[in-house]
Design a protein around this ligand. Structure first.
Ligand code: NAD
Length: 277
């Protein structure tokens, strides 16, 4: 890595850059430009999903960048439809093709869809992708504790990561504590609250931004990093990408950090994984 982003060790033996770049809702028409900008800014960890319909354009940006494969960390996720069809193996191979890669750094089950009761069988397919080296690490997303408990009880490989909604009004303390116990790393999606509430107007965030001469978004990303979360903010704007990446030159004080911790309302802005089937 040629930047300041710490590598978080995963149970697979590989490391994930703690700060990455997400491409949810990036229009396919714009994705290649957006990802090329992100790579130029310095991001080396890109988070996509088959469900975002932009894997091919992410792949085009990776190829155009000329960055050696081993310097990149690429995550994609199994689309819910393919999970329901029991077609994880086909879907995984197609994702590699779309991305133009021969291995993924991390492959995630996007949603558990518990009413379908397929995630244990799907995870066994994931274990095979990991065993044959085509997925350096495998993990899950949106798994509530009972679903993780089932995987731990009924399968062999412990998920390296659980990618969950997480931001200052939904801090997921119990989920994080459970995951830490089993060395399942916590990755925050919607780390800036997806713009669905006035996160940047909250007092402790504004105060810390003023104290350090940074933006509220930088304060929130810094809070994630100091919490220990893997964090993957998204922006189509190169200026904001650069701002979100420029978070290693200051540190929140213990008081500033505690004041942001106190903002937790245990309130989601996205869907409850129990209800998405
Ligand atoms: P986010 O919290 O990163 O918010 C993105 C919004 O914040 C954008 O609309 C952008 O305009 C704004 N923003 C970004 N930087 C800013 C800045 N510096 N100043 C002001 N505004 C700024 O939301 P997200 O994109 O939903 O989440 C990040 C990534 O997480 C996604 O791109 C995707 O990769 C992943 N994700 C995963 C799941 C899942 O189910 N696993 C769900 C949602 C998102």
């Amino acid at each position: 890595m040629t930047n300041d982003v710490p590598l978080i060790p995963l149970n697979s033996g590989t490391g994930i850059p703690q700060l990455g770049f997400g491409v949810f809702k990036v229009d396919p028409e714009e994705t290649q430009r957006v990802v090329e900008d992100a790579l130029e800014v310095g991001y080396r960890h890109i988070d996509t999903a088959t469900g975002y319909d932009n894997e091919e354009q992410v792949g085009a940006a990776l190829a155009a960048s000329g960055i050696p494969r081993e310097e990149l960390f690429i995550t994609t996720k199994l689309r819910n439809d393919h999970h329901k069809d029991g077609d994880a193996t086909g879907a995984f191979t197609r994702s590699l093709d779309m991305l133009g890669l021969d291995y993924l750094d991390l492959y995630l089950i996007h949603w558990p869809m518990p009413a379908n009761d397929l995630y244990v069988a799907t995870w066994r397919e994931f274990e095979a992708f990991h065993a044959d080296g085509r997925a350096k690490a495998i993990g899950v997303s949106n798994f509530l504790v009972p679903y993780l408990e089932r995987l731990l009880a009924e399968t062999t490989v412990v998920p390296a990561v659980n990618q969950v909604e997480l931001h200052p009004i939904f801090q997921q303390r119990e989920q994080r504590e459970f995951q830490a116990k089993y060395d399942i790393k916590t990755e925050a999606w919607g780390p800036l609250g997806q713009g669905k509430y006035d996160l940047f107007g909250l007092g402790p965030i504004q105060d810390a931004a003023a104290a350090h001469g940074v933006t509220p978004a930088q304060v929130v990303i810094r809070w994630h990093l100091q919490t220990g979360n893997i964090v993957i903010p998204k922006s189509n704007s190169r200026e904001r990408m650069a701002q979100n990446f420029d978070v290693f030159g200051f540190e929140l004080s213990a008081d500033e950090f505690a004041a942001i911790n106190d903002l937790d309302e245990n309130r989601r802005v996205g869907g409850n994984p129990a209800d998405i089937n």
